[in-house]
Design a protein around this ligand. Sequence first.
Ligand code: HPA
Length: 267
Amino acid sequence: MGIRYAIIGGTGVYNAGDIADADTKTIHTPYGDTMVTIGRYADREVAFMARHGVQHGTPPHLINYRANLYALKSLGVEQVLATAAVGSLQRSYQPGELVLVDDVIDMTKSRKSTFFDEGRVVHVDMSDPYCSRLRRGLREAAGKLGYDLHDGGVYVCTEGPRFETKAEIAMYAQLGGSVVGMTSMPEATLAKELELCYATVCMVTNWAAGLSPHPLTHEEVTSAMAANVEKLRRLFYQFIENDTGERTCGCTTAVGGQAPLTGEESA
Ligand code: HPA
């Protein structure tokens, strides 16, 4: 059937967990090399990628998002499930909770955010940045597992690697942001340009600046993630096990069927 599913692990999620026949390889792309682990869960082939590298060596603004997404597409991946550690901008999203975000505000500054730099001018529609079919499947998977999940939320993606100022956080909250992180953009855009289904499940690891009673540290984020990594993996594998593989959403034609690698043999 091929590798239809991929998991992109964010901060704290550095391996695929319990998958069979795991094999890690380097994938070469026109944008650079990247590492992918391929294995099987419930007889479905799954690709896993650690967004920051397995040792968390790459900061958010230097991640090669284009190589990562292109590599997944070249393997034949159609559906991408991502995790993200986030700070909370609103009292209703509490540390330790999961958020299935449905929209994003892009505050990044320096990242390569398109596959369409030359050749064709493409303006991809981002009215629905996270695939609604994938989100429905993830809601159902959470229900089966008895997990509480905020259904919806706006991810504010900052440039990083610094944390935000109090004034920035107050502004993002006023603008309608729910949570803040540093990686969902351009990942969501690039997935859309490749006509992949893409969804992100956020784990709230901390109150954002100004809401937190103490200064923020990366350790606070990683230790909150460590307590929940297995939960996120279980959620994704439950989705993968249940999914029919039928892509009834608009993601398959997000750029008119003209995405890079369309129609090419997978690696
Ligand atoms: N800000 C930005 N990114 C983050 C945060 C935060 O408070 N927590 C986890 N990732």
